[in-house]
Design a protein around this ligand. Structure first.
Ligand code: GAR
Length: 191
């Protein structure tokens, strides 16, 4: 089977949707969930889903090849970032060219970059009185939110919407689309 590693720093609702989507498949295996945050909700979800978890700290991630070695030893074919809040080190991007994807909770290239993650994104969208927001699924390069866009979907934003309202609409789109986009990418891989 194609082997997938999911990186998550927080609640992990997207990681869980992806794991559930592929749960009964023999051709695709969610092999590992990796996190920098020992308190992350994703860890409880992973345990419930019987998926092994790898925890790492910032220093290990940026200053050692440890995480890359784990991914290589596990023969990971695709790396899926699902609410992962750290910049991917250049060495990891080079080790997995076009094999790392991220989901961003806005319509890139707007509302991306350092500091634009999670709730801050929806606050900025509401403050700018946007009439739409959405999701962007993109390849990961060594800069925040700048890799080639693979898929986008939009939702309306009304003048009454709070950042929480926008977050809810965006989360519906994420859960609806991320697993299927991951599936398409896996099907396009050779071997
Ligand atoms: C998602 O909305 C995801 O797009 C966002 O974090 C949330 C994680 O939710 N990612 C970023 O902001 C990355 N810069 P989850 O933990 O419930 O999947």
């Amino acid at each position: 089977p194609k082997r997938v590693a999911v990186f998550a720093s927080g609640s992990g609702s997207n990681a869980e949707k992806i794991a559930e989507y592929f749960a009964n498949r023999t051709d695709i295996d969610i092999t590992l969930i990796l996190s920098n945050n020992p308190q992350a909700g994703v860890i409880t979800r992973a345990r419930r889903l019987h998926i092994p978890v790898v925890l790492f700290d910032r220093k290990t991630f940026y200053d050692t090849p440890k995480v890359i070695e784990i991914l290589q030893n596990e023969r990971i074919d695709l790396i899926v970032l699902a609410g992962f809040m750290m910049l991917v080190p250049e060495a990891m991007v080079r080790a997995f060219p076009n094999k790392i994807v991220n989901i961003h909770p806005a319509l890139l290239p707007k509302y991306g970059g350092k500091g634009m993650y999670g709730h801050f994104v929806h606050e900025a969208v509401v403050a700018a009185q946007e009439s739409a927001s959405g999701i962007s699924i993109h390849f990961v390069n060594e800069r925040y939110d700048e890799g080639d866009i693979i898929f986008q979907a939009t939702c309306p934003v009304t003048p009454e919407d709070t950042p929480d309202d926008v977050a809810r609409k965006v989360q519906v789109l994420e859960h609806q689309h991320y697993p299927a986009v991951v599936e398409k990418l896996l099907n396009a891989l050779n071997g």
